[in-house]
Design a protein around this ligand. Structure first.
Ligand code: GUN
Length: 293
């Protein structure tokens, strides 16, 4: 068997086109969806991510603004600034890029964003809604994985999904989304004993650990769907996922590439969440647009 590639770039482009149609409809009602991205400090990787988010907004006719605050910004100042963004009716989404400098507590900052504009889905209100299986803004990367599975017609109900990684941004919300969709879910992490014995049980395997090529073909069940969330920079400058595609592709039925797999879906979901927020603010949201998996 050679795994079919799941083309995240193409699926994300399709989703972005759908968002562009919804943006045009909102404009007919006098509303331009707006996203504010706040970055504190000069982390080069964060700057690239933020720029890509702003460009993606502009490409579909949304308003975006990037606020760059100095690395020595106090938490009190940042909280005040977020309050002004919360109160701005032209903004439907607010995203504070992580990580933040150490004088700032990310939990306090995320908690200061009004949940209706928390398009990252990191606020306790949205996290709680995900746990309860209710509609909410869901974290963009795992939500993008769910959309990919749906797009590819991959049934989740009744499957055994194994998630490797337990971060608040990917692993934990990913496990909850799969659980809400009817999978039997196992969560593994760096302290899991005999990881390969666990991953070999997966019908759907999601790797989100941040260790280049750590999942090899011997750790994958024949015919499994393998989703690689990792984006790791190798010493030679090339990108590698958490999955060793060369040894996994002959075993799996489907696999996401790195780059061009999950990565493009993350930004597409951010656009989707912001458009959804604008639709709700304009009274145009439909039940179908807000329903969960
Ligand atoms: N840093 C890395 N990933 C993310 C993300 O999805 N959202 C935010 N706000 N910061 C990040």
């Amino acid at each position: 068997m050679t795994a079919r590639i799941i083309d995240g770039k193409a699926i994300a482009a399709e989703f972005r086109n759908e968002c562009a149609v919804r943006v045009a409809r909102l404009k007919e009602h006098g509303v331009v969806p707006g996203l504010a991205v706040v970055i504190v400090g000069e982390d080069p990787a964060s700057k690239v991510y933020v720029r890509n988010k702003a460009l993606a907004c502009e490409a579909i006719g949304m308003h975006s603004e990037v606020h760059t605050l100095s690395a020595d910004t106090t938490q009190a100042h940042l909280l005040k600034f977020i309050a002004t963004l919360n109160a701005d009716p032209d903004l439907h989404g607010i995203l504070v890029q992580l990580p933040l400098p150490k004088q700032i507590d990310p939990r306090t900052v995320i908690g200061a964003i009004v949940p209706e504009k928390d398009v990252d889905g990191f606020h306790y209100h949205n996290v709680g809604a995900l746990v309860a299986g209710d509609a909410a803004f869901y974290p963009c990367t795992p939500w993008g994985v769910m959309k990919m599975l749906e797009h590819e017609g991959i049934e989740v109900l009744g499957k055994h999904a194994v998630v490797v990684g337990r971060s608040n941004i990917v692993g934990k919300p990913m496990a909850l989304m799969l659980l809400n969709a009817g999978a039997t879910v196992t969560i593994c992490h760096s302290k899991t004993r005999d990881l390969a014995a666990m991953t070999r049980q997966a019908d759907i395997l999601v790797a989100a650990v941040g260790k280049p090529r750590m999942i090899g073909g011997d750790a994958v069940k024949p015919g499994a769907v393998v989703i690689d969330v990792g984006i790791n920079r190798l010493p030679d400058g090339k990108l590698a996922g958490d999955v060793d595609a060369a040894s996994v592709a002959p075993v799996a039925s489907r696999i996401t590439p790195v780059p061009g797999g999950v990565g493009p879906m993350t930004i597409a979901m951010l656009l989707g969440n912001t458009v959804k927020s604008a639709e709700r603010a304009a009274g145009l949201g439909s039940a179908a647009e807000t329903r969960i998996a």
